[in-house]
Design a binder for this molecule. Structure first.
Ligand code: APR
Ligand code: ZN
Ligand code: ZN
Length: 360
């Protein structure tokens, strides 16, 4: 048995996305079918479409989503039909060396649904980040579902990717502590979430750095105490000045470019932490004098998915949202339909939105 629903695919490299019929199998053992209520449009979806991730076209796009579990297969204990869930793209195995060491955020055997969703002619689809959520209903591994309290799906669905990545970069990877100074370079959805995370963790100085004044203005609403426009002012000097000449305790780089990584490296305090959450393309290189690396303590860290543990972090962040302490609504720039995704990609590329969110 299976059902046929509407979904958005990228059929071949660079082509516009298409709204098509997709066949969703009934959930097998360890799998769940989720009725999608909302899904954010993320840079990674655009990268898939442009062929920047791999060539396994056609892709079923979308991966920052929330919805209701419709059905589960055998042996599913994580969730049951009717549960409101946020989807994650790292269902950890619990058995690999990283998981056994108590570091599931580094699990190297994460899993997705085994069965494939297909086009009506039988062509198998590759779901973006193992999810594929620009669709009325999707098939995932049950471990990709985290049950949370009911809340606006458009807002909390964003915890499934970009917002979690940014928040976790500051809080989990950067381990921001009360009273610390934090600089965030790049104030898109990811950087703004890092700013919110730093503020919630108790940082007293939160410096937003961007090249766009409108983005800097918006960053204040997430908790930035200072802003620096790095197209006009040297951000390294500005951050040092704002931190008593020392540099920031934590610098989060949320752009993914060599020049911003270098800024992050030099803007940190001698014992500060640099967290790279902006995703560089494989061709990017940085060259740093060894003496400068030697001459500083602290840490250079990358943050993948904000080092999150969905079962720990998603419910906590939904609580903060419902208490009015973490403004997820402010990340939702527009609410759109399944037919508007191509236009949303264009707005994202022009830097006009934090997040466009598809509602179903
Ligand atoms: N210096 C400072 N800020 C910059 C620079 C720069 N040289 N170049 C771009 N920016 C700013 C943009 O003005 C924008 O505000 O970085 C921000 C990037 O935001 P978005 O394009 O909305 O991207 P976002 O979704 O936040 O993701 C940022 O993290 O997860 C990764 O793949 C993602 O690499 C991307 C990064
Ligand atoms: Zn594992
Ligand atoms: Zn994403």
């Amino acid at each position: 048995m299976s059902q046929t629903v509407k979904g958005v695919i990228s059929r071949r490299k660079g082509a516009d996305v298409e709204l098509v019929d997709v066949v969703v199998p009934d959930p097998g053992p360890g799998e769940a079918v989720v009725k999608i209520q909302a899904c954010g449009v993320c840079h990674t979806d655009l990268h898939y479409k442009e062929g920047g991730i791999n060539d396994d076209f056609p892709f079923l796009l979308g991966h920052e989503a929330a919805g209701i579990v419709e059905a589960v297969g055998d042996d599913v204990t994580e969730v049951k039909p009717g549960d409101f869930v946020i989807l994650n793209w790292r269902a950890v195995c619990g058995q690999c060396r990283a998981c056994r060491k108590g570091q599931p955020q580094y699990c190297f055997a994460t899993h997705n649904a085994k069965q494939k969703m297909t086009l009506t002619d039988g062509t198998e689809l590759t779901p973006a980040l193992g999810i594929g959520a620009f669709i009325e209903k999707t098939l995932v591994a049950a471990g990709q579902c985290t049950k949370v309290d009911e809340a606006d799906p458009a807002a909390v669905g964003l915890l499934g990717c970009g917002v979690m990545a940014g928040f976790g970069a500051a809080v989990n990877t950067g381990e921001v502590k009360r009273g610390e100074s934090v600089a965030v370079i790049g104030c898109g959805g990811v950087g703004d979430a890092a700013i919110a995370g730093a503020a919630i963790a108790g940082a007293t100085t939160v410096i937003a750095v961007d090249i766009d004044d409108a983005k800097l203005e918006q960053a204040k609403q997430f908790g930035a105490t200072h802003t620096v426009n790095s197209s006009r002012t040297d951000p390294i000097e500005a951050i040092r000045e704002l931190t008593g000449g020392n540099g920031a305790d934590v610098v989060v780089e949320a752009v993914g470019r060599p020049e911003t990584y270098e800024q992050a490296f030099y803007a940190r305090d001698l014992a500060g932490r640099v967290v790279l959450v902006g995703v560089p393309t494989p061709d990017k290189q940085v060259t740093l004098p060894m003496i400068d690396i030697f001459g500083r303590g602290g840490a250079l860290k990358s943050s993948w998915y904000g080092d999150c543990l969905p079962s720990r972090d998603f419910p906590m962040l939904v609580d903060l949202y419902k208490q009015g302490r973490f403004d997820l609504d402010a990340f939702v720039s527009e609410r759109i339909g399944l037919g508007d995704i191509e236009a949303a990609f264009a707005k994202m590329a022009r830097g006009e939105v934090l997040r466009s969110v598809v509602e179903l």
